[in-house]
Design a binder for this molecule. Structure first.
Ligand SMILES: Nc1ncnc2c1ncn2[C@@H]1O[C@H](COP(=O)(O)OP(=O)(O)O)[C@@H](O)[C@H]1O
Ligand SMILES: [Mg+2]
Length: 282
């Protein structure tokens, strides 16, 4: 399989601050890849270097087979979509007119406007001015803007932060659908649940370095103690190491009908992040 993104020995220094220390990454075509880390970890800096908004200090970057010197070309821009916190809309124009401007800019057919609005469930408000929309609705228009030219690679910088669960779920559905249709998605988030439900693979970024990189499932298995956590009907919580010596005792609880719940240890991505870095993901 081809890689959409390849990064080797990447570094970004701002004055005395090293934001990205040494990052190596290969992201396959068709993947949903999540870059996880708390505020200040370097996530935005990564996306900006991958999209040509910031120059790297050292290392190699290839996106869609192109080097950063090509990131300003129309060939490159036509193939990528970006949703970041400096994505903006014309507040006094309608939803439709905003998208029309961007469609023209990207030379996308005007028929894509309604199609894209339908995708983000905003077709019924297409004649509404942006300044009349809720935050969640605006974010969905920004997503439509990022998708208007049908990019094959989409970069999203914390696309759901501070949105209500309804809007978050809506955006996740759109991203899943796009991915099923073949788009590669690179998403920055500090929301571990988002990463768990959405991403094929996640990387933990801490102090400019990648500390772990794997599927959410594999990471949760790797950092599990594999212990059995049992809660009895009396409200007692017991953890048994997962070994033969405990089999009789667990069987006795089952026979006595005392077990209310039982599961193997299954840390969240947030638990793992804390274990690795000593820091919360927020
Ligand atoms: N333009 C800049 N000038 C100086 N420092 C910056 C600049 N942009 C980011 N940084 C610093 O680099 C680090 C990573 O920032 P950022 O990539 O925004 O992290 P995140 O998106 O994970 O919150 C932070 O310490 C931040 O203060
Ligand atoms: Mg950021």
């Amino acid at each position: 399989m081809k890689n959409s993104i390849e990064v080797n020995g990447l570094q970004k220094v701002f004055g005395k601050k090293t934001a990205i220390a040494d990052v190596n990454l290969q992201i396959a075509e068709g993947e949903i890849f999540g870059l996880l880390g708390p505020s200040g970890a370097g996530k935005t800096t990564m996306i900006k270097m991958l999209t040509g908004e910031l120059n790297k200090t050292a290392g190699d970057i290839r996106v869609l087979g192109m080097e950063p010197t090509k990131f300003h070309t129309t060939t490159f821009k036509a193939q990528i979509g970006i949703l970041s916190d400096n994505s903006a809309l014309y507040e006094r124009l309608t939803v439709y007119d905003n998208l029309k401007l961007f469609a023209k800019l990207y030379e996308a057919p005007l028929s894509y406007i309604d199609e894209t609005l339908e995708m983000v469930h905003m077709l019924d408000v297409k004649k509404t001015a942006i300044n009349k929309l809720s935050r969640g609705m605006k974010q969905r228009v920004l997503l439509a803007k990022a998708l208007i030219h049908r990019p094959k690679l989409i970069f999203l910088d914390e696309p759901t932060s501070a949105l209500d669960p309804g809007n978050v779920a809506q955006i996740h559905r759109v991203l899943k659908t796009l991915n099923e249709a073949g788009s590669t998605i690179f998403i920055n988030t500090h929301n571990m649940e988002e990463a768990t439900v959405l991403c094929d693979r996640v990387a933990f970024l801490h102090e400019g370095k990648i500390k772990e990189l794997d599927t959410p499932k594999q990471l949760r298995y790797k950092y599990s103690t594999h212990a059995f956590h049992i809660e009895t009907f009396d409200g007692e919580k017991i953890a048994f190491d997962n070994n033969e010596e405990n089999a009789d005792e667990i069987a006795a609880l089952i026979r006595a009908g005392e077990i209310k719940t039982m599961h193997t240890d299954n840390p969240t991505l947030g638990d793992i992040f804390i274990k690795l870095t000593g820091k919360e993901l927020v």
